[in-house]
Design a protein around this ligand. Sequence first.
Ligand code: BTN
Length: 269
Amino acid sequence: MKVLKESIIKERLSKLLKTRKMGKSIYVFNELDSTQDYANSLPKNESFHGTIVIARKQNIGKGRMGRNWISPEGGLWMSIILIPDFSVDNIIFTQFIGALAVADAIFENTKICCKLMWPNDVLINDKKVCGILIDVHVENESKKIVMGIGLNANIASSLINDYLTSHDLKATTLKEEHGNEVDLLFLVKSILERIEYYYDNFISCGNTSEIIDRWKEKSDMFGKKATVHDGNQMIVGHIFDIDQTGALLMKLSDASIKKITYYDNVTLH
Ligand code: BTN
């Protein structure tokens, strides 16, 4: 993002967006501890479906499993509020929707084909370029999901070179893989439009198969050997499918099937 005033970014983004709800309410900051914390703490009367919070840099970016997320200027650090009208059992589909939308947006803007790693890491050349963090708030009948997207866009790879992510994946940046800087406003536009597309399809037909099929097309985990860390146990097997609930299915050496529903405990070999 060129160094533009927050108000100019808001104005330009609003003009670019061809969405019905995503990005209709926009918060932009030069610097924030965490867009996720900000969106999580927005009161109900400011938490509309599609509200987005963007920061040019984050001081205390949050990753999954309580990890830090390195968030210097040049990256895309955004949290999106979703007000779901589906059961919390289906939350995993928002992870898939986020990852698919980011992969589509990267393709639209760079022609790079990303691969997905369950449930929501986006990889280029086996290295993680984007991670997604989902926070869920349920209070009586009301639900709010905050989808945090951390996309290493226009960042020198030296800034994150030594950083190994979850699953011992190496990290990369879009600038490194593409060779050029990408326009962050266009990336935001594409991501929000694709989230709206997948989300609305999911809501209107309640059909999980399209999302699962798309997700499977973009993943090359299948057939690979993996280790799952389940409490104190380490289970080794081969990933072979995703079921209709979004769980990852693994075949063990005794031919039994292990269903993986926890996030963040799968390492590929
Ligand atoms: C992961 O660990 O893979 C998820 C990383 C999510 C980082 C994003 S950056 C925008 C939002 N704000 C945060 O503090 N975290 C998420």
